[in-house]
Design a protein around this ligand. Structure first.
Ligand code: GLU
Length: 276
């Protein structure tokens, strides 16, 4: 009899801004799901966002998690894994599933791109032309070719139930950035597989991204986790909580002497209200 793989969840913050309450909720949910199932909770620092990444924030994140009373195992940060991203990208390119794109954001806007689930849907300008070698190129996933290769796919979300992969709201997403060997989508999919994550718990703002991640798992032969996209904490203005909208950073509350475990308890209660 094959035993089910052990339950592994993760929290994967990017050190390009302080953690706030919404991050605390995500971390607590991922932590508690792992602990309740006798599994492991991982911390992975997603630090490849070049100029926006501030490595010193990673230490603040560890202090925040400790302050909330969470226990974790830390796995290597993304910046140590660039070779694996390049290898997967080379494989996808060799199979003709990626195409180079030299468009700038303003060119994409000017081409009349429609808004999608994650910003504008790329109108495919570079798909049918030879790239100008003098301009830096990103590499996009050819969604039509990917679908032809994978056939219909489904992924399982704890709250939403079975979801059929549909890339039409996302278009041909970038998998290799102009300045990096991966985009968020490629890096996070490879990392979750490398870290043997079995349950991806994160905010519902990343729900649409899972269509891409499930597609990549199929294309690259990676194990398929379960997902748990939890509802987001909203501010009184109905907007997502973020520091720029007045929600104080966890570090600020910690340094002001607030009790982090008590805050975690309140967030757990709130979770019951949100129905996560
Ligand atoms: N690094 C992402 C963020 O901070 C989260 C990625 C994920 O959970 O998949 O928003």
């Amino acid at each position: 009899m094959n035993a089910a793989p052990p339950l592994v969840t993760r929290f994967a913050p990017s050190p390009n801004g302080w953690l706030h309450l919404g991050h605390a909720l995500s971390a607590i949910i991922a932590h508690d799901l792992a602990k309740a199932g006798g599994g492991r909770f991982l911390l992975r620092i997603e630090d490849i966002d070049g100029p926006r990444s501030r490595p010193e924030l990673a230490d603040e994140f560890r202090r925040d998690l400790e302050w909330l009373g969470l226990e974790w195992d830390e796995v290597p940060a993304q910046s140590t894994r660039l070779a694996s991203y390049a290898e997967a990208a080379a494989d996808l390119k060799a199979r003709g599933l990626l195409y180079p794109c030299t468009c700038t954001r303003s060119e994409i806007e000017a081409a009349g791109a429609l808004p999608g689930l994650e910003g504008l849907i790329y109108p495919g300008t570079c798909k049918h032309r030879a790239p100008d070698p003098s301009r830096p190129a990103a590499w996009r996933l050819d969604a039509a070719k990917a679908l032809a290769e994978t056939g219909p796919l489904v992924w399982a979300d704890d709250l939403a139930g079975p979801v059929t992969v549909d890339l039409s709201g996302l278009g041909d997403v970038v998998l290799v950035r102009k300045d990096l060997p991966a985009s968020y989508h490629l890096a996070v999919t490879l990392d979750d597989a490398a870290d043997a994550v079995t349950l991806v718990a994160r905010g519902a703002d990343l729900f649409a991204a899972s269509h891409v991640h499930r597609t990549l798992q199929a294309l690259l032969g990676l194990p398929v986790p379960r997902w748990h996209h939890h509802p987001l904490l909203m501010g009184e203005d109905g907007e997502k909580l973020a520091k720029r909208r007045g929600s104080p950073a966890l570090a600020e509350r910690r340094e002001a002497g607030e009790d982090g475990r008590m805050l975690a308890g309140q967030l757990r209660l709130q979770q019951l209200v949100l129905g996560t």
